[in-house]
Design a protein around this ligand. Sequence first.
Ligand SMILES: [Mn+2]
Length: 290
Amino acid sequence: MKIAVLSDIHGNLPALQAVAADIESWRPDMVVVAGDIVNRGPLSLDCLQFVQQKQVSQGWQPLRGNHEDFVIACGFPDAPQDGVEYEMWQFAHWAYQQLNGDVKALEAMSEQFSWSAPDGSEFRAVHASMRGNRDGIYRNVPDEKLAAQIAPAPAVFVTAHTHRPLIREFNGCLVINVGAVGAPFDKDVRASYGQFTWRPDGWQAQIVRVPYDRAQTERDYVTSGFLDGAGPLAQLMLVELRKAHGLIYRWADCYLDAIQSGAITLEESVRELLIAEDVRPFLGAPGWVL
Ligand SMILES: [Mn+2]
């Protein structure tokens, strides 16, 4: 039995196409997409439709990540339509509009995938953890917290969300973070996914890295309208793609309070972060040149 798990596509169609081709050449029995197909990237609708076609033709199983939830929430009656709270979620509203407000397919996605091997061992995949789809499993997680995040522990626990690949043996459970297709944050720009094999002697797992046409993804940022229409945070997302390292949490830690209190605008905060010494080398067209 061979299972492939890909995750965190984030509207990056060239990365998704490259990973799908690699997966198909491996000929798995099952393919799970562990969430964040849409949002915080240029081609959410194309990526959703790509996965839906694979669901119909090859039985791919999509799960719902926190970014599916964020896009769904844009259609709630109490979603902010202006002001600073709207501006900070402008990229999600942009994705919601790209989907023409049709989020039924996102709402229909399951929270987890589970398969039992003939020896009774369970393979389970979720977006982040059993505690929720924003509760990521990171490299330095203490044992006690990890135990709670995967409980009840299966033989193989597959997670994503953090965009950082990880393989860890924990109390007889193989914990694997498959990393991200669309925006890896481990300083390796190649797309990431996981291959899992069950044989009568047990489970094996490996992380696979796949190069893709990143120049095309940058062109998609422009031609889709994402870079102009999704707000200043789209500039951070473009730099994250080039740097293969996350910037949004750092931005939030530094500026969220100041933005919400009106001490700085969202655009000013993004400009300030982009001129930091370690970020500046990754600036350039089609993004802001500061
Ligand atoms: Mn996520």
